[in-house]
Design a protein. Sequence first.
Length: 269
Amino acid sequence: MRKTLLACACACAFAIASAGFSSSVLAQAAAAKPEPEFTFTGNAGLFSDYRFRGFTQTDYKPAFQGGFDFAHKSGFYLGNWNSNVEQALFNGASLEMDFYGGYKTTFGDFGLDVGVIYYYYPGTGKVTPGIDAKNFEAYIGGSYGPASLKYFYSFTDFFGLNSNDLGLPGNVDTKGSQYVDLTVTLPFDGGWSVVGHVGYQKIENGKQVGLIENDYFDYKLGVNYDIAASGWIVGAAVIGTNEKRLFTVGDLSEGGGRTRAVVSLSKTF
């Protein structure tokens, strides 16, 4: 009987040791889980207004937005993003589709992002033939801690602004327009974060194609809340520009850059 008890004790001890060893191995295996070759994510959101570089793109009306992103572990990525827009602003187009691709990497605490983006508006040109609201830009950006700085350069006419297409003299285009984006995001406990942004847009030959200025500043100050850490983000921000009437197309007789609050609900999945 003692031999039986001893055998049982040894068996139990071996089982416990084996279980402990297995748990340790599993924990190490989980910790050493290899990075996936690629990730595929989506995003969607409802916004009370769609602002691009400070100016409304929906005549101060709501917008539904969403897109997809593919990222390879090497740092290369591709993506698509979409939103409804005001037809009067984009010569008959009611949809914006952005296509982008680039490369991201880090050097210690410093992040680098370089790529290109094409803004496409299917159906543009319906109202005034020959004027196509499109834009193709390259960008380079850096980030450190909560701050990021990004520079954009346009290789095409800035969203279709060209003196010939607009019936203006001078054979003037807007290629070479530039934008600088400085954004600071400060996270806080409980799912809260505060976002501050200032941007500077220079439109090459802007006055010569009918704008009141060649450049302007835009700004944003907002707060976001991640609902119960679920990934559902509620946001509220004050957005505006220093040149309210730079664009006065369609119903925007008072200008598209007025300072207003924008609220949103978005989700990344």
